[in-house]
Design a protein around this ligand. Structure first.
Ligand SMILES: [Zn+2]
Length: 276
């Protein structure tokens, strides 16, 4: 339905605008509710008609109305990504409970990705909010499941979610454990302190992320996410070498792209790999 597509897109742009506020304020421990948005240069509060997602940036030509300071392109980009994301999710899921479950999940991925790009770390509570929400949703699903009358331990949504959470944690922690030993050995042999301050193969934030991905994607697609991420990182690495940018990799954006690819095309990718 056209009207629902338009609704998803606009809803996504509005949530994207809120994500911008969160990306900017959460790492600084600032409130995301008060005060309303203001220009970081001249402190002028931004009027509602200058705060319309995507459109205002275009109308204002990317400049603050009062002081003409350039506004970061990041803002309309995050809004557009979120808007398209919501549209894709609507196309796949329709406007049911799953739509709201996955717009929450993917909004959180956009949030942690951009904070990770800026800080190379994320507030620890973000993935735990995702995990708590995922477990709550699966608990509600469990009530519906039990109401249907038949009973199979392995089919209970909450049991499945809990098992996927433990698996996501354990699986990625195993890679972190052996990866860290490998990186440590490499640095010791080369008698180097670290590569641009990086001493770990994976951060604990990545392990938390994989636990969350387990709950929302299930074990199979969670594993696929983990193995798709390096391919996205490789594309960036080539780009970084050509344009001589820092090769320090915030990893959450690649895990997020991996999760995106796994969610939308996971079954196709797996069929291709296993060649069924
Ligand atoms: Zn200004």
């Amino acid at each position: 339905m056209m009207i629902e597509k338009i609704f998803s897109f606009i809803f996504g742009a509005v949530i994207g605008s809120f994500l911008n506020v969160c990306i900017w304020r959460l790492p600084k421990d600032l409130s995301i509710v008060k005060p309303f948005s203001f220009c970081p240069k001249c402190n002028t509060p931004i009027k509602w008609y200058d705060n319309v997602p995507i459109l205002s940036f275009i109308i204002l030509g990317g400049k603050c109305r009062s002081c003409k300071e350039k506004i970061s392109k990041r803002y309309p980009v995050v809004e557009a990504i979120t808007a398209v994301m919501f549209l894709l999710l609507y196309a796949k899921l329709g406007l049911g409970a799953d739509f709201f479950k996955y717009i929450f999940f993917f909004s959180l991925l956009i949030l942690v990705s951009f904070i990770d790009i800026d800080y190379h770390a994320i507030p620890v509570y973000l993935c735990f909010i995702g995990i708590a929400a995922g477990l709550t949703i699966s608990a509600v699903d469990t009530l519906n499941y039990l109401r249907m009358g038949f009973f199979d331990w392995k089919g209970i949504p909450f049991v499945k979610a809990l098992w996927a959470l433990i698996f996501g944690f354990g699986f990625s922690y195993m890679f972190k454990f052996f990866g860290d030993i490998f990186v440590g050995l490499y640095l010791a042999l080369r008698k180097k302190e670290s590569i641009e301050g990086e001493t770990e193969a994976l951060g604990l934030g990545d392990v938390d992320f994989m636990g969350m991905a387990g709950i929302f994607l299930g074990i199979k697609l969670c594993v696929l996410t983990f193995f798709l991420a390096p391919f996205f990182a490789l594309v960036y690495a080539v780009f970084a070498i050509i344009f001589k940018k820092s090769h320090l990799l915030p990893y959450l954006p690649y895990l997020s792209l991996g999760a995106l690819a796994a969610f939308f095309w996971g079954d196709k990718i797996l069929r291709l790999v296993i060649m069924q």
